[in-house]
Design a protein around this ligand. Structure first.
Ligand code: GLU
Length: 492
């Protein structure tokens, strides 16, 4: 069997977005599954819109996602000679022709066709010019584009799509399309095929928005004498209003870097992405890297559009809730050492990292993360909701402040009293601290919750969380006493 060779060929005209990342992921999965190769090709021929920043953003995004490639990055602009040679060959072999029609002429014809409700495509004016006529126009200095000469055939033009089945069009539906602009620059349709042939690509997985290109590119393969690769067109990703997701209408929410910045676990995000266009055939939702490589098949790519479930202005969810819930599941179950490495980056960024967490306090660090991870949504939450574990300078949220502290003014005396009891304890253990807190509640004639919730508020700043007594153990006696005694500041 020949080696499978796939490619991810982004145009570097913006950031890496969800759609592009999903395309990269699918190609990567299939390359890894089949033991083949993934080629990264930056399609930078649109020099006006391509930027260095965008190239870097794509590379960074792929690296963050953990999508690696085996060849490249190649840059399409480095292969212009190949593109021109192919255009010349098509001309020489009668598969293409020079077209001298001006923009104005084409516009006028289009308008006339529109008025007469006729087919508006190119009418073939220059298709059958004699070599003498062509020479005459060239000598007169007229500029021209190069058009592909779609064969006049009665059968159907088509290909077998791995996802959608047989796709066919009649030849007459396809107009003679431009392959080289009047400035001499070959167009995407041609460059893309020439590069795929040179790179010996065997499988092309890309969005259904490319299907009109595929129909025409099938003709280019034939004319260039190359075998057709396998095509698999993936569903589009739409928003809840069925509009295509895009930077213009959705902003940063569709950018991969948004998820990196918001503390998503890279593989958890890949897991979310794969479900936007592929399904395992049962309700299994969480896949390790190895499981997904094993389970992934082209046949199970969805035919119908996928929905990116995001509502602008939704206060509860800042992105598709599925992306969040998958991330939460990874946060809860991933190896704590791996979580520890990822949280390190977050804490470093926030100035909360201490070198001892990787050294003599490593055990403490991992136990603490394990204790608090259950309620968190993203890695960033360790630095925000979990800030009190890494710094004395943390904020007390308004809700617990009102509900659990200020509502009970006696806590201003009781919490420092509790601190005294904790100081007097021979053994500062979870059981002992619980016993003392309950005794204090009983002595003051209140439910234990009043003391515990008040304590949680000043000790962690949060309304809820892990077992209070486990938290006390993590923080240690000194810190706990200090925070309990510091309660005065909230009552001023
Ligand atoms: N540069 C094209 C894009 O980013 C590549 C499409 C393809 O052939 O996969 O849309």
């Amino acid at each position: 069997m020949t080696e499978t060779r796939l490619r991810f060929p982004p145009s570097p005209t913006g950031y890496l977005h969800i759609g592009g990342a999903r395309t990269a992921l699918f190609n990567w999965l299939y390359a890894r599954k089949t033991g083949g190769k993934l080629i990264l090709r930056i399609e930078d021929t649109d020099t006006e819109r391509s930027t260095q920043g965008s190239i870097q953003g794509i590379l960074d995004g792929l690296e963050w996602l953990g999508i690696d490639w085996d060849e490249g990055p190649y840059f399409q602009t480095e292969f212009s000679a190949d593109h021109l040679a192919a255009a010349n060959r098509l001309l020489a072999e009668g598969h293409a022709y020079k077209c001298f029609c001006t923009k104005e002429e084409l516009e006028a014809k289009k308008e006339a066709a529109m008025a007469a409700k006729q087919h508006m495509g190119y009418d073939g004016t220059c298709r059958n010019l004699t070599p003498e006529q062509v020479a005459e126009k060239e000598n007169a200095g007229l500029s021209y584009v190069i058009r592909f000469k779609v064969p006049e055939r009665s059968g159907m033009l088509g290909y077998d799509d791995k996802v959608l089945g047989r796709i066919e069009h009649s030849y007459s539906e396809v107009d003679d399309f431009v392959i080289v602009r009047s400035n001499g620059k070959p167009l995407y349709l041609l460059c893309n095929v020439v590069d795929d042939i040179r790179d010996r690509i065997t499988h092309i997985l890309r969005g259904q928005d490319h299907m009109t290109n595929t129909t025409r590119q099938v003709l280019l393969y034939e004319a260039l004498g190359a075998p057709l690769p396998v095509f698999a067109h993936m569903p589009l990703t739409l928003d809840l209003k069925k509009a295509k997701i895009s930077k213009r209408s959705h902003g940063e929410i569709v950018a991969v870097h948004f998820y990196k910045e918001h503390g998503f676990i890279p593989w958890a995000f890949c897991n979310f992405l794969v479900l936007l266009g592929w399904s395992p055939g049962d309700d299994k939702e969480i896949f390790s890297r190895e499981e997904l490589i094993e389970a992934f098949t082209l046949e199970r790519i969805n035919k119908s559009n996928s929905i990116f479930n995001y509502r602008k202005g939704d206060e509860k969810f800042f992105t598709d809730p599925k992306a969040i819930s998958i991330n939460e599941q990874y946060l809860r179950t991933m190896d704590i050492g791996e979580i520890g490495d990822m949280v390190q980056n977050v804490l470093e960024k926030e100035g909360l990292w201490d070198a001892s967490y990787a050294g003599e306090r490593k055990e403490w660090y991992l136990i603490t993360l394990d204790l608090i991870r259950d309620r968190f949504h993203t890695l960033n939450d360790f630095a925000t909701l979990g800030r009190a574990f890494f710094s004395d300078d943390f904020q007390v949220e308004t809700k617990p402040l009102q509900k659990n502290l200020l509502k009970f003014p006696e806590l201003q005396q009781w919490l420092p009293l509790l601190a005294d009891h904790y100081q007097a304890l021979e053994h500062f253990t979870a059981d002992e601290t619980e016993r003392v807190a309950k005794e204090l509640a009983e002595e003051k004639g209140v439910k234990p919750g009043v003391i515990v919730n008040g304590m949680r508020t000043v000790v962690t700043g949060q309304l809820a969380g892990a077992s209070m007594y486990d938290i006390l153990m993590t923080l240690g006696r000194e810190k706990v006493m200090r925070r309990l005694r510091d309660v005065d500041k909230f009552f001023q």
